[in-house]
Design a protein around this ligand. Sequence first.
Ligand code: KIV
Length: 279
Amino acid sequence: MSTITPMDIKDRKITGPAVTMLTAYDYSFASMIDSAGIDIILVGDSLGMVILGYDSTVPVTMEEMLHHCKAVSRGVKNALLVGDMPFMSYQVSEEEALINASRFLKEAGCDAVKLEGGVSVAPVIGRLVRAGIPVMGHVGLTPQTASSLGGFKVQGRDIERAKAIFQDAIAVAEAGAFAVVLECIPSDLSALITEEVDIPTIGIGAGPRCDGQVLVTNDLLGLYEKFTPKFVRKYADLASEIKKALSAFKKEVEAGDFPSLDESFFGGEEAVRAIKAQT
Ligand code: KIV
């Protein structure tokens, strides 16, 4: 059970410091991220791309999300745990959205859910919040509907789209979300939204003038090699380190250098002698 609540995150709009959020998909990473003092752990539907190897987040299912949320929740002590609602788990009807959102809390140990969209999903957000489910919004580039936004590219450089994203953020805040992710929008637009909404904005590719920042952990650690967006800062290059370690293992096994005597067990000589005598 987390110690950080959605209300604590909301208060950080006034009190600071900036909110930190990272993704996790399993127990080990969740424990490390939690120990590092990160405020929010998101089991993002980026799961589909960085862990399950899909080309987009669209195929991710409720069952896949819940399975990974359960693993992550076992590793979290302090951080607020947010589960990402997958594509089409909240669009069909408010009832279905309510049933699916509640599964994240009841079955998977999450404290809140996140869903993508603005004006069009505001009624759903309102319904979940009234039922007691804390909701994080997500506007700008919304990966689940990236194809209708022209692909994975910066949103809101033109007046019409910038206005729409601004209205989306307002709608999400008015519907009762406790925070909103701003993805891949120009820095001036995110600064304006941050000034206008009364909930924390958490940016990803949205520049420094947000109330917090989020990254996909596998990007930050250099673990996802397929594609690295411009906004990612790689704090480590673990893919290279891992490959070096794996090659060293292969080399040492083939050379007979692993395992050493120190890495082996002894005893049972009598048992071996007895077996040999019988064969
Ligand atoms: O799925 C995800 O990881 C996300 C973050 C990029 C915010 O939605």
